[in-house]
Write a protein that binds this ligand. Structure first.
Ligand SMILES: Cc1ncc(COP(=O)(O)O)c(C=O)c1O
Length: 376
């Protein structure tokens, strides 16, 4: 990924749409990146994938465009298991238009959404249903396919935040049948670039806030301003890296999409082993509370992102102790403010241990030993 960025800058660096060699080469590479991102997201149509600054910027832009036609009496449905980037942009847009926000709660004991609430919250007044594929705070995987179906049945638009989900499991916009999905390449080992999928009819019919000379066709219509071309080149390389995670010997089929799906199967299996080790170890530490699903039978409903609090130490103090041992974790709310507010753990927040496929069992053990050494 790093080499791809450098190669782009040294060999091709140019703006979009010129008739000279570097611009033509650069545009060819951008086309390849749209195709790679389409493979990652699970759509056959690369033009339905746009790049942008980051997920938050893309979501604010879409919220402004989508809410143009919202009126008092219209409703949107948000979950409280969100990063604030899939919360505030919609609340602000609803407030601007006088629309009503309905909230879906989650159970504090296992941090899973109260699915029954959707039944009476999604109605013919609903314009939008926004939900995360997985929580960046407590790791819960949400039943997004079912939620998108309910939105569709009510004639509402569905919007999925896959930022936290993307490095851990295979995304599938076709199977989920969502209208929009956003993610961020820096979460799946790429550079700082945001990605947005949209259903073609919607991308073509909804009017974005755009400059007059900018393209009106896809994919350029939703990509405001000059893009981060070197970052997009790096994103292409990161997706190719992910497609190469599956062992050569086990690979079936030769499309990048099928390689990605198999890589994520392998990543899920590996991360699951690490998660079991981590949860077993944490379960033996009487001073630590784990938030989210811990039932060994239900671990397929969560990612290996584990939030904990310590009986005697603040999240910051625990993170400091771990940092001193060379274990890097986050503390506070990591912008998942709706979650930490609902759990009543503000302002100190929680410690978030985020495992990935590059982590090892020895690292999990080092973390557990360091936690054990923290005493009253
Ligand atoms: C679940 C989730 N959604 C949205 C975001 C915001 O993404 P970005 O930093 O690309 O704006 C994050 C970032 O941590 C996240 O974890």
């Amino acid at each position: 990924m790093i080499e791809a960025i450098s190669h782009y800058l040294v060999e091709h660096n140019a703006n979009h749409g010129g008739v000279f060699a570097t611009s033509i080469e650069s545009d060819r590479l951008l086309d390849q990146a749209h195709q790679a991102a389409a493979d990652l997201l699970g759509t056959p149509d690369p033009q339905t994938v746009s790049f942008g600054g980051n997920m938050t910027t893309l979501t604010f832009a879409l919220s402004r465009a989508l809410s143009r036609h919202w009126r008092p009496g219209d409703e949107i449905v948000l979950s409280r298991l969100e990063h604030d980037a899939n919360f505030s942009p919609w609340v602000l847009a609803a407030n601007d238009r006088g629309a009503t926000v309905r909230y879906i709660d989650f159970a504090p004991n296992d941090c899973t959404l109260n699915i029954d609430q959707y039944a009476h919250s999604i109605t013919d007044r609903t314009r939008l249903v926004a939900v995360g594929c997985a929580s960046n705070a407590v790791g819960t995987i949400n039943p997004v396919k079912q939620i998108c179906r309910w939105a569709k049945d009510a004639g509402a638009i569905s919007f999925l935040d896959a930022v936290h989900y993307a490095p851990h499991a295979s995304m599938d916009v076709a199977d989920w049948d969502c209208d929009f999905l956003v993610c961020s390449a820096y979460k799946f080992f790429g550079p700082h670039v945001g990605i947005m999928y949209g259903r073609r009819e919607l991308l073509e019919s909804i009017q974005p806030y755009k400059l007059r000379p900018a393209p009106d066709d896809l994919p350029g219509r939703w990509m405001t301003g000059t893009q981060n071309h070197e970052g997009i080149a790096g994103t292409l390389a990161a997706i190719d890296y992910l497609a190469g995670v599956v062992d050569e010997g086990q690979r079936e089929g030769n499309s990048r999409r099928s390689a990605l799906v198999q890589s994520f199967d392998q990543i899920r299996t590996y991360e699951h082993r690490l998660l079991v080790r981590l949860l077993n170890g944490l379960g033996q530490n009487r001073l630590v509370k784990v938030w989210g699903i811990t039932d060994p039978e239900r671990l397929d409903q969560r990612l290996p992102t584990v939030a904990i609090t310590h009986r005697d130490r603040s999240a910051r103090e625990v993170a400091d102790a771990l940092a001193a041992a060379g274990v890097f974790v986050w503390h506070g709310n990591y912008y998942a403010l709706p979650v930490t507010e609902a759990l009543g753990v503000e302002p100190a927040g929680m410690v978030r241990i985020g495992l990935c496929h590059y982590n090892t069992a020895a690292e999990v053990d080092r973390l557990l030993e360091t936690l054990d050494q923290i005493r009253r």
